[in-house]
Design a protein around this ligand. Sequence first.
Ligand code: ZN
Length: 271
Amino acid sequence: MNTQTTDPLAGFDLGPVLNWLTTNRDRVAEKLNWLARADGMMGIEITGQKHLQLSPEEIVETIDMFPHESHLRSELKRINGMPPTWFARGTTVENILVTDDTSEALTPTAIIPGYTAVDKWTDVHKVLTINLYTIPGVDPLIAKYMLVHALIHEYTHTLLMPMLYNGNEPYILEAPGKVQYQNAALLQLFGLEAAKHPPISHYAAAYRPFPDDLADVQFIRRASEEFCESVAAYMMGYIYCDDPERCWNPLVDRPLVKLFIENFLHGKRMT
Ligand SMILES: [Zn+2]
């Protein structure tokens, strides 16, 4: 079943996702049982703690779900808690507007859970911060589940960005089996494959369709969002989408998408 919504901005409304998490909290808790483990801090600074609905240990455990080969490629330096923020009225897919005033929000639940900010991006210094925003108006446990999703999504951006935005230099990723991808190639192949399927998630639906031209900046941007959502689905074992069955086995219909994700996560940077 794939009942594509008619409102192209519906994906920016977090309300249905939070409702679904609330309805399915026990099943989600089982999927995220690794949240309870604790480990070191991996050299990532945590600021804005008072706004964070994840503990430092839960942040570390979530990032620890990524394989070591991924950690070596991330440019993440800081995770920062921020007060509630919404997609503002006037937002389009090409031009995202944000507000901290709920009366200016696209909808009362058009809540932004996370955002990756570029603090510095030169050939030698790349500094990224993941902002995680307080999710207002829900049980703290539901906010926690939503932020785990957001953190996996944003951490994936911190891995994609060095690969996609490497100036004029080649960025070569060698996947298991010695398959090599240069610069945006892996994301472009992923996008072509993902486009054969319904959007992976409620949020990803806001970024469909992809342009036909693989080199179009909108193709890269839209496919990146689908990619980050697909990695979250892969790691969590669930994701909210418009097919109630596929929510619990999100990659079941797309084995090649899963292969691109595994190649990406376990890839080693060669240049
Ligand atoms: Zn994103």
